[in-house]
Design a binder for this molecule. Structure first.
Ligand code: URP
Ligand code: ZN
Ligand code: ZN
Length: 463
């Protein structure tokens, strides 16, 4: 039976207007006021906002990292995402050195199959471009993997050299894919880290103190310069500091196709507030780039407002405090890097962005759904409430109050980075391709219902 959502306020990146949304099967068929109910399931959304389902383009589910595996798999992670109003995510598959990227894609397809609760795509983390690597990239683009991540950090693990980055960028200038950069100068950081360890500085806070913002800014600058030489766009992931942001802004002012995301943790948490005692509890906030000084936060919010930053993703990469973060109890370099957040992104950005007047509701929709869809080849199938788009719809109650806590969250991790945060605004109902999958914080769908999303490279069309 068709679905009719009546009297909600439809929010797009441009405007907000009262309308009804008619859904047939998995697709939006009409968006206009005054659609007469016939043989429809009718949802009354009076007083509610209707948002396009959130899109989180940066998650690490079931990912081997730092001697362990991220604690959410594709079932628990996507279920938590859905409850928070995210209906699509793009996760990272990792090419093992010396192997073909396709093998990694097959592995990640298997991880998601039968488990995913929402639709998902993959980026490929490139660790090795020797031999047939460049053709491998083209092969993956044909499979809908329209973006690749390269690391300038984590020497001897994921880091690649500038030649590899430049070759990959040049390939994407031809095949239309997008390079995502983890931009930190890993070699310089490693020298600082080794010195800290030699001085007996092993507590988690030294993870943050050994990764200066200049190391991030330098790598952002270098990424953009390499992309400019290659004639390719570039997307900086998890940008954390004013210093790095200045590099992106300068490039965009020159008209370069440089894009960047930040994450709720950089907007809302800081060294001063969250790592005040230099205790092992700080391991909960060990991720990379690290937490920064509080003075960076207003600069990042301004960056979002003024389109120097285009996206808020989560970099959801959870490790339990009790048995995973403890791996680094004697040495901060052994703490698995990453933190949880996929469930709370919309709540946090709505509350601290829209309610506090830093962002309009339309800009909020743009940075959590529309821009990620556009940048990563999903628009207009995803990221907008328009005729012909997938019926991924969040019925958003802007007055609903919610307290974030590990006691009640759905992510499979034993702490919350945002423990005790109180937010106003939450998803009341979530539809994914027309199916009601969440109501009042409860998941109603079946794991495995989520589908692999073939994303289009620039200039490509939906298949
Ligand atoms: O600490 C982080 N961010 N862990 C996930 C891997 C990455 O660099 O995104
Ligand atoms: Zn990264
Ligand atoms: Zn990440």
């Amino acid at each position: 039976m068709a679905l009719l959502i009546k009297n909600g306020a439809v929010v797009t990146a441009e405007k907000t207007f009262t309308a009804d949304i008619l859904v047939e099967g998995e697709t939006i068929r009409e968006v206009r006021a005054g659609i007469a109910p016939a043989s429809h399931t009718v949802v009354d959304a009076r007083g509610m906002y209707l948002l396009p389902g959130g899109i989180d383009v940066h998650t690490h589910l079931d990912m081997p990292f730092g001697g362990t595996t991220s604690s959410d798999d594709f079932e628990t992670g996507t279920l938590a995402a859905a409850i928070g109003g995210t209906t699509t995510l793009v996760d990272f598959a990792i090419q093992a050195r010396g192997t073909k990227m396709r093998a990694a894609l097959d592995t990640w397809w298997k991880k998601a199959e039968g488990k995913a609760c929402i639709d998902y795509g993959f980026h490929m983390i490139v660790t090795d471009l020797a031999d047939a690597g460049l053709e491998d990239m083209d092969d993956l683009v044909r499979e809908g993997v329209a973006s690749f991540k390269l690391f300038m950090a984590y020497p001897n693990v994921l880091m690649v050299d500038d030649a590899t980055i430049f070759r990959a960028l040049r390939q994407t200038a031809k095949n239309g894919a997008l390079i995502c950069m983890h931009a930190e100068n890993g070699s310089a950081i490693d020298v600082i880290v080794q010195q800290a360890l030699a001085e007996g500085k092993t507590a988690p806070i030294y993870h943050a103190l050994t990764r200066p913002t200049r190391a991030e800014a330098e790598a952002v600058h270098r990424s953009i310069a390499l992309a400019e030489m290659a004639g390719a766009p570039v997307y900086i992931v998890h940008l954390s500091s004013e210093d790095a942001l200045n590099q992106v802004r300068e490039a965009r002012d020159r008209g370069l196709p440089a894009f960047a995301e930040t994450c709720p943790q950089y907007l809302l948490l800081s060294i001063e507030d969250n790592m005040p005692n230099k205790s092992f509890e700080d391991a909960k906030y060990v991720f990379t780039p690290p937490l920064r000084e509080k003075k960076n936060q207003p600069k990042l919010w301004d960056g979002l407002k003024n389109d120097h930053l285009q996206v808020v993703s989560t970099d959801h990469c959870p490790f339990c405090f009790a048995d995973q973060k403890q791996l680094g109890i004697h040495d901060f370099t052994k703490i698995p890097n990453g933190g949880p957040g996929v469930e709370n992104r919309l709540q946090l950005i709505h509350h601290h962005g829209v309610n506090s007047g830093k962002l309009t509701l339309n800009r909020f929709v743009e940075i959590v759904a529309t821009a990620p869809a556009r940048i990563f080849g999903m628009y207009p199938k995803k990221g907008v409430l328009a005729v012909g788009s997938d019926a991924d719809i969040v019925v958003w109650d802007s007055n609903a109050e919610h307290a974030i806590s590990a006691k009640t969250h759905n992510m499979r991790v034993d702490y919350s980075m945002f423990e005790g945060f109180r937010v106003t605004g939450n998803a009341r109902q979530v539809f994914s391709r027309g199916e009601l999958i969440v109501e009042n914080g409860k998941f109603l769908g079946n794991p495995g219902r989520g589908r692999y999303l073939r994303r289009a490279a620039r200039g490509g069309a939906w298949q």
